[in-house]
Design a protein around this ligand. Sequence first.
Ligand SMILES: Cc1ncc(COP(=O)(O)O)c(C=O)c1O
Length: 372
Amino acid sequence: MDIAERPINFTRGVPAEETFPLDLLAECAASAIRGSHAQQVMQYGPSLGFSPLREWLANKHDVPTDHVMLANGSLQFLDFIGLGVLQRGDRVLVESPTYDRTLTLLRRHGLQIGGIPLQDDGPDLAALEAVLGQEVPKLMYVIPDFQNPSGATMSLAKRERLVALARRYDVRLLEDAPYRPLRYRGTQLPALFDLAPERTLYMSSFTKQISPGVRVGYLLGEPAMLKKLAKVAEDTYITPNLVGAAAVYEFCQRGYLDNQLKSLRTLYSERMDVLCTTLRELLPSAKWIEPDGGFFLSITLAEGTTNEALRKNAAALQLNLSDGRGFFPVPSDGERFLRLPFCALTPDEIREGVRRLAQAVQQTSNQPVGAV
Ligand SMILES: Cc1ncc(COP(=O)(O)O)c(C=O)c1O
């Protein structure tokens, strides 16, 4: 089918299917099941997860092994924190916008969510300080590197100041860093966990590095905290997915991860560049934060454009968009916000998608308010 007739999805932030390292993973999965760890992998195991992978991660992040916990993907840690550490009604701060599933989980646990406006270089720390002066939250959730959904990266100055504020007001930080290994330009900044390991829980996973289907996420933190979470994990699933963790361990231990990340960076950085160039050319009125890595770029549309009207006009052009309001603690703040995930689209699909988007934006801005 010609590209002009194909539907284009600027919706889910998934990895490109052609990046899944199928042959290498098949080799690693076979070793996981047949190799020297076979009995350990097939039996119930520790709720903290498959020990060899915990040791490999501990070594990589330069922490003792008892500071590492594994789960079935990283999102599950939010659930465990909600069940084992927080209580209904507790206050949690997030960046506004933030990852939509995090908002869903925080709401599911009955937490009070406060949004700190996001700026080009991270959360507005003056706004944060004002909030902290009134009420200290139980937790602050942040995505410092190539944030989902905005693509923003927190500057070094803000990382240092955020950590200083967290120490001053005694706030625990939850750093979500699944995109951190996917930097396409500039130099890596220290993680909040590097700056304040005593008060930061750092979560990440192999979802964006190898494949979501392996379902292997990990959390770094103080052993006393991990012990609490491991108890919740044990009561949830007894032991996490050991076959997936052992296959990932083989993949890492054989040295395949570095090459995998290199090829992801090459493929995705080209896609990001195509998106930025085409947006500049076809939608010059849109505003966005230029990402340095990750999966997402998000645009803010001109005043008067509503999400619903735009999505309706886009759908008629076979362009599927997600509702920007889902990323905001106060949904109406996302009325003009549009997330554009670029990794799973080819350069031609990105160009065609932006062409349709520009057309839908044009149609929407010509429509009288309330016409859709
Ligand atoms: C910021 C963020 N956190 C967590 C996740 C969940 O990842 P996992 O597959 O490790 O559960 C995602 C997935 O898109 C994400 O964007």
